[in-house]
Write a protein that binds this ligand. Structure first.
Ligand code: ADP
Ligand code: MG
Length: 408
């Protein structure tokens, strides 16, 4: 089989429980029983680099998921266990009182716990929960654009909500997990991931409109088709800086022009502004500004059209819009490395109805919407093409829309 297997929710939960009990056999601080929770990763079908620009995205929660086993502790400490991608044990303890002090410091800045611990501890602290032992087991590849970070935050978030009977609404849970990422870790990401991971529903994609602040469940059974997720395994060491530079320009444009990027004349207005005020446009050439703003404008229009195509069951049309989106991210937003371009071209040549980069780019993953009976052959073709190009061999998963973060 070319396509990788992933564990079921029950298998992941059992592995997390075993991990916790193996490392905390006689938890000094708690006699509480252990529960297990699960949160999926997400793929974005279309609508990338628009969540921070009042745009529309269409993600769904994946089969690949993260499980957390947890129990309460009464000493206000968070004991966190996980594994690094190369199998190293991650084991850390953070007293919540330390986070109180860091957050309340007069000079508090984003990034008070800027590593794996921040996603977990930030979520627990932002929710106002107490001490816990937490063990994490995940099948969501880390840093591959499939949102292992939101899967981790949201699995921990639902665990904390249940264990401490917080009664937090999904909306407030999303806000707390976003705060973990934005403030505690210090990653300047939009709200696409946490929304998709919390609100996911089996058989549905989630249309998120960041201008109207609405979300709509859109049937996404994709009968007769298989969605392949292709993790390129390409290192994206410059991703953070590049993401910030794209986002920085769009934020500056929005502030200067008070625009939503849906105006028909927004591209020309942005070019004029960047020509007249190069310092406000962060030194970007006006032609670069044209391309960046054109992506945000066209991607939002395309995603609105794609939602309608999906509702109408017009998968061929949906696939063409995926292809157009990819071209815009490659040519106008310039976030597609060669390895991912190779995978996309191979998928289409082998019969995918649509293929595109997904997520933040500069590495990470692509997706290919395939006639179900062609999926295995398309996966083989992708691997042949990336091997021939001298790129890392991708990991390929078949996925479908699943339920969001929950107890298992
Ligand atoms: P993505 O969300 O696309 O996978 P990010 O860079 O946003 O990529 O998040 C990846 C980071 O999230 C990792 O570097 C790590 O710090 C943290 N992370 C995610 N999942 C886990 C996990 N299971 N265990 C420990 N840390 C994790
Ligand atoms: Mg992430």
């Amino acid at each position: 089989m070319i396509v990788s297997a992933t564990r079921s929710p029950e298998e992941l939960a059992a592995a997390a429980r075993e991990f916790l009990t193996a490392h905390t056999p006689d938890s000094a601080a708690s006699s509480e029983s252990v529960g297990t929770w699960l949160a999926p990763g997400r793929v974005n079908l279309i609508g990338d680099h628009v969540d921070y620009a009042f745009g529309v995205c269409l993600p769904f929660a994946t089969t690949m998921a993260t499980a957390v086993a947890a129990r309460k502790r009464d000493d206000g400490v968070l004991r966190m266990l996980s594994q690094s991608p190369n199998g190293e044990l991650l084991d850390a303890s953070v007293p919540l009182a330390d986070l109180d002090a860091a957050v309340n410091a007069a000079d508090a800045q984003p990034g008070i716990l800027p590593d794996w611990r921040g996603y977990i501890a930030g979520t627990v602290h932002a929710l106002g929960a107490g001490g816990m032992d937490l063990a994490v087991v995940s099948d969501v590849p880390l840093g591959s654009g499939l949102s292992s970070s939101a899967a981790l935050e949201c699995a921990v978030g639902v665990a904390a909500r249940d264990l401490y009977e917080l009664g937090t609404s999904d909306e407030d849970l999303i806000a707390a997990t976003m705060r973990a990422e934005n403030f505690y870790v210090g990653a300047n990401t939009g709200g696409l991931d946490q929304n998709a991971v919390v609100r996911g529903r089996a058989g549905f994609a989630l249309a998120l409109d960041f201008l109207e602040d609405t979300h709509e469940q859109v049937p996404c059974g994709l009968e007769g088709y298989t969605l392949l997720v292709v993790d390129s395994r390409v290192e994206h060491s410059h991703a953070t800086g590049e993401y910030s530079s794209r986002r920085g320009l769009i934020d500056a444009t929005a502030a200067a022009l008070s625009c939503t990027f849906r105006e028909n004349d927004i591209v020309e207005r942005a070019v004029t502004w960047a020509t007249d005020h190069p310092e406000d446009a962060l030194g970007n050439d006006p032609e670069v500004v044209r391309r960046r703003v054109r992506h945000v404008h066209s991607e939002t229009a395309r995603t609105i059209e794609a939602v309608e195509a999906l509702k109408a069951g017009d998968i061929e049309h949906f696939g063409r819009l995926m292809n157009d989106s990819h071209a815009s991210l490659r040519d106008d937003y310039e976030i597609v490395p060669d390895a991912l371009e190779t995978a996309v071209r191979a998928a289409r040549a082998a019969g995918a109805v649509g293929a595109r980069i997904t997520g933040g780019g500069f590495g990470g993953s692509t997706i290919a919407l395939c006639p179900a009976d062609r999926a295995e052959a398309i996966a083989t073709t992708i691997i042949e093409a990336t091997d021939k190009g001298g790129f890392p061999t991708p990991a390929i998963y078949a996925t479908s829309a699943q339920d969001g973060a929950r107890k298992v």
